[in-house]
Design a protein around this ligand. Structure first.
Ligand code: ZN
Ligand code: ZN
Length: 282
């Protein structure tokens, strides 16, 4: 990870000079970096809205748009679609020092609320979009807890699991925070269950059988996010692979790790694309 939790960074020098992206506004979307930078005011008050954690542990982040109803355009659309676009949400909070921000971590958009009304910068009431962000580490911890527990009790086909996994990440409906969080966990389980089933006990990188069985008696493979630099958070099936611990270590720490990751990425993309053609042809 390019940023350390709770450390201070200069927005211009450490973020935009390195990664690009809009230098103004709350949501910065550099085209070529796998990040979306979110800036929030540590004081919490921005145009009269309070961004921060709610009682469910979700970070409520108000979207952009100065005047009139907020819409799913530009930055707001980027947050909503970040998983499908393979981008991580990096949250920074302003400090007393102008241009200096504190890194608050990597987040996943669990859902949003577009029913609240609040004043725009001219004081007129308008529709707000508030995103429900959850720390990626929370999603990752949940996935790890569940890793040996994901057992498909129903007798469903791989095709059906694939459909569920894709439907799960396309589920972008704005909803209440509690529902958002529930949906997020369900989504992460559906995607992971599908990716593990897709691998059929064979490492998707080296093609060898999983080295051992887990406590549940299933082939042990690890979920790897092909696009992201960390394995936290949620991804779509074509950005995720089930690989053996050896390949996993090598990809993250080996001299040829980046190359190995690129090959894996191409393989998975090919496979997922071919599945879509099949589905469309039916
Ligand atoms: Zn392997
Ligand atoms: Zn990984």
């Amino acid at each position: 990870m390019a940023f350390e939790l709770e450390k201070l960074y200069s927005r211009r020098r450490d973020i935009h000079e390195k990664f690009g992206g809009q230098q103004q506004g709350g949501i910065s979307t550099p085209a070529s970096a796998p990040y979306i930078f979110l800036f929030t005011s540590e004081a919490g008050e921005q145009h009269g809205y309070h961004d921060g954690y709610d009682e469910n542990g979700l970070f409520i982040y108000t979207g952009e748009g100065q005047v009139g109803p907020m819409q799913f355009l530009r930055g707001n659309r980027a947050i909503r679609d970040h998983i499908n676009d393979g981008k991580e949400l990096l949250l920074f909070a302003s400090t007393k020092k102008s241009g200096i921000y504190r890194f608050k971590g990597t987040f996943v958009c669990a859902g949003c609320d577009d029913e609240k009304i609040g004043p725009d910068t001219e004081g007129n009431p308008r529709r707000l979009i508030q995103f429900h962000l959850t720390p990626s580490s929370v999603v990752a911890a949940h996935l790890q807890d569940e890793s040996s527990e994901i057992v498909v009790t129903e007798n469903i086909s791989l095709d059906e699991m694939r459909k569920r996994a894709y439907a799960a990440v396309e589920n972008k409906v704005c909803t209440a925070p509690v529902v958002s969080k529930k949906n997020l966990y369900k989504r992460s389980e559906d995607v992971k269950a599908y990716v593990l089933a897709r691998a059929k006990g064979i490492c998707e990188s080296c093609g060898k059988a999983a080295p051992f069985l887990n406590k549940g008696g299933k082939s042990y493979l690890e979920a790897h996010h092909i696009r992201q630099l960390s394995d936290d958070g949620l991804d779509i099936p074509s950005w995720m692979a089930a690989i053996c611990p050896n390949c996993h270590r090598e990809i993250h720490h080996g001299q040829d790790g980046a190359m190995k990751n690129q090959i894996l990425q191409a393989q998975i993309k090919n496979f997922e694309n071919s599945q879509f053609v099949d589905v469309a042809a039916q």
